[in-house]
Write a protein of this length. Structure first.
Length: 231
């Protein structure tokens, strides 16, 4: 068996273990107990948990997020986003990602609580970036310059706030969450207007304070924002 085949097999086994543990996370949280219960469901030896997830709960949650992200990409491919405006592609991506975990809200809450701990904050940011990066890729984004980072930063804010709202949403079909999502994207669309005013102020201050002008030029421009979210 080649190294690539061995790694693929390991990842598949790791994913299967995490999927099995999801049945127990709502009751036991993201704990070793939940992982061992999942291993028992798969008739795995207790030692397999440490072999498949040597980094413990951090690796288990990372695997869970990555598995769901891959499912999102598959679902978006099937939907076909090419005929939609950019903002509609992004809205569809966020909705699809949340729909995939509609029956796992307690599991998501437990993961967020774990990632909110100071020692796990960097991991939380990394996973969020991975999710929104895949959303932009599915939306057809091909940016390679600073626009790439601007887009992901803005979408991280939209996705994170919508996720928080969605977790407590009890409206039928999460209609309130989707309305909230549309408003958040609309808020992002207002940034160019604000930026334009800041840009003018930066130009006025350029002579005595050239650094202010540099900062203004680094901010998202109206045309850039229209390209990113305006379709």
């Amino acid at each position: 068996m080649s190294v690539t085949e061995s790694m693929t097999r390991l990842q598949a086994q790791r994913g299967a273990l995490v999927e099995a543990a999801l049945e127990h996370v709502p009751f036991d949280g993201w704990t070793k107990q939940a992982l061992k219960a999942g291993a028992e469901d798969l008739d795995l030896a207790p030692g397999e948990v440490d072999r498949l997830l040597p980094n413990g709960i951090r690796q288990a949650i990372s695997t869970y997020v990555e598995l769901t992200d891959r499912k999102m990409m598959t679902a978006l491919d099937e939907k076909g986003l090419e005929n939609l405006k950019i903002r509609d592609r992004i809205a569809t991506a966020v909705k699809t990602r949340l729909d995939l975990v509609e029956d796992q809200k307690d599991t998501v809450r437990a993961a967020l609580a774990f990632l909110a701990l100071p020692q796990n904050a960097a991991l939380g940011l990394k996973l969020t970036h991975g999710t929104v990066d895949k959303m932009w890729i599915a939306a057809g984004d091909t940016s390679t310059d600073h626009n790439l980072y601007t887009k992901r930063m803005l979408l991280a804010g939209v996705y994170g706030s919508t996720l928080a709202y969605w977790l407590d949403d009890t409206s039928e079909g999460h209609a309130d969450s989707w309305a909230f999502l549309d408003r958040r994207i609309g808020n992002v669309m207002q940034i160019p207007k604000i930026t334009a005013k800041i840009g003018k102020a930066g130009k006025i201050a350029a002579a005595p304070f050239k650094m202010g002008a540099k900062v203004a030029r680094c901010m998202p421009t109206p045309s850039r924002m229209r390209r990113q979210f305006g379709g």
